[in-house]
Design a protein around this ligand. Structure first.
Ligand code: ADP
Ligand code: MG
Length: 610
């Protein structure tokens, strides 16, 4: 039989590689912008026509290329950025695989114009579908311009896969913003169909953070300006800079969430979760915080996936980074008086696992007036819900609870029955859903389910991490089956679950056999609880102790909390009311739902006067 193996022609190989590098117009944008940055440009202009289908052009004032290099740049594995294997580990530029230009040229009509500073004339090269059509000398200013026309013209399948212009443009803008935010010291502009969408001049601040702030404001609009809180932390394993937006800037849509690690934009679900942890309970359910965080870690401690289109990284010590980020954010929100400190000091897994070098750990400022007693009558101080106009703010609630260690015992009674004239009930249940009580300034309506979840959650968290939960042996083991994947999750949680009062084995065929459960749990809640737990864990962060305790406490709280539709005795109602306001974070359920609302007498009066 004759030989049948052949080498692929370069053009075909490049087309195949192109599929990897270039998924959509935005991928071209990313590659070209990064090349311009690597060429030390200080001014970079991106021009787009028809969401990049007709034209993507990047013009820079960088180093430019010699005639030979201009031609070489379209060869596969042609790069000026790596000479030895060692360079791979000390990489400060963006590209290095030398594949982008070759790939792009294989699937589009490309015109390159480039000139170096010391050259009289520049070079222009035309390449269509990987084939060089022409090369000539031209006159042009120093720098490089690359025009990419008719992307995917020779790969109809790809072209047909492109989404609507709106979506492709969105991707292009995302790619542009990421690069622009990575390099606040470079001027960028973006012109789409002849409209200038972004003009991002560099700042004139002497401080790097000032320029970064200006860049963020130029990209996202003036509204974000006074909402930005600077972040700064320096430890041996991680340096953090950048900004977060205050909780009241949180948005319904996700999007303004940026991590840069050692000068590269990355995505990390894990670190994102750490940031969310920092904002815990300050942002209502369904809203997303904005953040622009610039992390620096020792290069050896990360593995940036070198796949050109991937933005994921792997950190050696991600648990530590998680804890540092989370507490830094909490710290900063506290320091700038945005929020009080919310950490559960009792959770040992959250102990900051690093040394603050030569530095006192300053407690974030929570303004507590030692004289202020929210629970006293009016002549002493304003009522607690009146302190900040009509809205009970977090600070006032928190300060009052925090402040009242010694008052805890009489707190709740005073707070809630001060205004009750007759000796009747101090609480009422409404439609077996809400508990109504009066307060000096008006009324408070408590969601019984959300409030009870909050109470139980804090209680469980404390017990799991510190005290341990009492357990009850089951007469007969409760058995149920789960899938393979979930078996692993449950196994991983075993010791935590045992702390929480469970005792179980995993039998053959993914059968879970539960022998003992926490004292407060009912037998018929077991399956539901495990399902919820697995679900929570899947949606949260792997390998974080905190998250596991947290998930267990949350799931237990949700399963065992009093449901809507449950009739409560006066005593039970009062217990909820009292215990809720002894919680560290009474405003929200562990899932971010509001636990209560207040209506002031003034608001009631207004309603009657209309
Ligand atoms: P890589 O960036 O991985 O090296 P590319 O295919 O993106 O590979 O680019 C190949 C080479 O072309 C680069 O290494 C660089 O030398 C040169 N080059 C590309 N774009 C520019 C530019 N805008 N200015 C100067 N040189 C460039
Ligand atoms: Mg490149």
């Amino acid at each position: 039989m004759s030989d049948i193996i052949q080498l692929l022609p370069d053009v075909v190989a490049n087309q195949i590689a192109a599929g990897e590098v270039v998924q959509r117009p935005a991928s071209v944008v990313k590659e070209l912008l990064e090349n311009a940055v690597d060429a030390k440009a200080t001014d970079i202009k991106l021009i787009i026509v028809d969401a990049g289908r007709s034209l993507i052009q990047v013009i820079d004032n960088g180093s430019g290329m010699s005639q030979t290099d201009a031609r070489m740049s379209f060869e596969r594995h042609a790069t000026s950025k790596i000479k030895t294997a060692d360079d791979l580990f000390n990489l400060f530029s963006n590209g290095f695989r030398g594949e982008a230009l070759a790939s792009i040229a294989a699937i589009a009509h490309v015109t390159l114009k480039t000139k170096q500073e010391n050259q009289e004339l520049g070079t222009q090269i035309q390449i269509n579908g990987g084939e060089i059509i022409s090369q000539e000398l031209i006159s042009k200013p120093t720098g490089t311009s690359i025009e990419v026309k008719n992307l995917f013209y020779n790969i109809p399948a790809r072209r047909n896969f492109l989404k609507s212009n709106t979506i492709e443009t969105r991707h292009i803008i995302d790619a542009f913003q990421r690069v622009a935010l990575t390099y606040p010291n470079i001027n960028f502009s973006l012109i789409h169909n002849d409209n200038e969408i972004f003009r991002l001049p560099t700042g004139n601040s002497k401080l790097e953070s000032g320029n970064l702030k200006q860049r963020i404001v130029n990209v996202f609009g003036k509204k974000i300006d006074e909402k930005l809180v600077p972040i700064h932390e320096e430890t041996e394993i991680l340096k953090i800079g950048g900004f977060i937006a205050k909780p009241n800037y949180a948005k319904k849509k996700r999007g303004e969430q940026f991590f840069f690690v050692n000068g590269r934009f990355i995505k990390s679900h894990y670190l994102h979760h750490a940031v969310l942890g920092g904002f815990e309970n300050l942002i209502p359910h369904g809203y997303h915080p904005s953040y622009f965080l610039y992390l620096t870690v020792p290069p050896k401690s990360i593995d940036i996936n070198i796949h050109p289109t991937k933005t994921e990284v792997k950190f050696d010590n991600e648990k530590d980074l998680y804890a540092i980020i989370r507490s830094t954010i909490k710290h900063s929100l506290g320091q700038y008086n945005v929020a009080p400190v919310l950490d559960f000091e009792k959770n040992p897994s959250l102990d900051t696992p690093y040394e603050y070098k030569n530095k006192d750990i300053n407690s974030p400022l929570v303004n507590i007036n030692p004289e202020f007693n929210p629970f006293k009558n009016e002549e002493n101080s304003k009522s607690f819900f009146q302190k900040k106009d009509l809205n009970p703010s977090w600070e006032s609630l928190y300060a009052s609870v925090e402040n009242s260690e010694t008052e805890k015992d009489n707190t709740s009674q005073n707070l809630f029955d001060a205004d009750i004239e007759n000796s009747g009930n101090s609480t009422f249940q409404i439609h077996q859903k809400y508990i109504l009580s009066t307060i000096r300034s008006g009324i408070v309506l408590i969601d019984q389910n959300a409030a009870h979840q909050r109470i139980l959650y804090e209680d469980f968290l404390k017990k799991i991490t510190v005290v341990g939960i009492g357990k009850q042996q089951l007469l007969f083991p409760k058995e149920f089956s789960v899938n393979k994947n979930d078996t692993q999750i449950i196994l991983d949680l075993k010791s935590d679950l045992e702390n929480a009062g469970f005792q179980f084995d995993i039998l053959k065929n993914e059968i879970v056999s539960v022998k003992a459960i926490p004292a407060s749990l009912k037998e018929d809640q077991i399956i539901n609880l495990f399902e919820m737990l697995i679900d929570n864990i899947k949606n949260e962060v792997p390998n974080s102790n905190f998250s596991q305790f947290d998930s267990i406490a949350k799931s237990l709280a949700k399963s065992t909390a009093i449901k809507k539709g449950t009739k409560l005795s006066i005593k039970e109602q009062e217990e909820i009311v009292n215990n809720l306001f002894l919680c560290k974070e009474p405003n929200f359920s562990p899932f971010g739902k509001k636990t209560f609302i207040t209506i002031t007498t003034k608001e009631l009066e207004d309603k009657f006067n209309f």
